[in-house]
Design a protein around this ligand. Structure first.
Ligand SMILES: C[S@@+](CC[C@H](N)C(=O)[O-])C[C@H]1O[C@@H](n2cnc3c(N)ncnc32)[C@H](O)[C@@H]1O
Length: 192
């Protein structure tokens, strides 16, 4: 499998994942959350920033990182007025934070990376997250095929991948964007 040229995808406006608004499952979760209001949030692979903006609008200091400068420019242009929100260029799989975060929110990054790098993703989580930090994730759960992104993952694979370092608190079927019905599961983990 070859690595995707994400900048080119944004240049070509070939971005079918971008729905122009935050994931419905995140919106519902934010409406009911009881997090410490001082929690610092990381949204890796934030794209044009809709999920990160939802976190900041809910009152949390939020950082979105992405490989694509073009996506980050669009995120900045649209959401720069929201207090407590920042976007940076960064590689989630290779970089490390100045200060680890309290919660990482995953949405369409795990399915976007080459599946051979999924262990690196699990290691990156522990680098970017504080001990006892939380990992909130929306995963595609259709079968993994050669073709992608997006690359699917089974529920069992996801549980196996993260259980060494995280305790699963809750899992559920979230509300979806149109066309993603019965293709997503949401997980809430706490770092051991
Ligand atoms: C399928 S898109 C999803 C974007 C956004 N989460 C959304 O739902 O609109 C995957 C995003 O992850 C970014 N990305 C891929 N690999 C990355 C990495 N190693 N570190 C940071 N961002 C990455 C891409 O540039 C792209 O914006």
């Amino acid at each position: 499998m070859s690595e995707t040229n994400w900048e080119q995808r944004y240049l070509d406006q070939d971005t079918p994942w971008d729905k122009g608004e935050p994931a419905p499952g995140l919106v519902d979760w934010l409406n009911n959350q009881k997090l410490d209001p001082n929690a610092r949030i990381l949204v890796p692979g934030c794209g044009c920033g809709h999920d990160a903006a939802a976190w900041a609008n809910a009152g949390f200091e939020t950082t979105g990182i992405d490989l694509s400068e073009l996506a980050l420019n669009q995120a900045g242009e649209r959401y720069q007025a929201i207090p407590g929100l920042a976007f940076f260029a960064g590689n989630f799989l290779e970089d490390k934070p100045y200060e680890p975060y309290d919660l990482i929110f995953e949405h369409t990054l795990y399915c976007a990376i080459d599946p051979s790098r999924r262990d690196e993703y699990a290691q990156a989580l522990t680098r970017w997250l504080k001990p006892e930090g939380h990992f909130l994730a929306i995963h595609f759960t259709f079968p993994l095929t050669e073709e992608g992104p997006p690359f699917g993952a089974s529920r069992e694979e996801i549980i196996d991948r993260f259980s060494d370092s995280f305790e699963l608190i809750e899992e559920w079927e979230p509300r979806n964007f149109q066309g993603r019905e019965r293709e997503e599961l949401m997980f809430y983990w706490k770092r051991k």
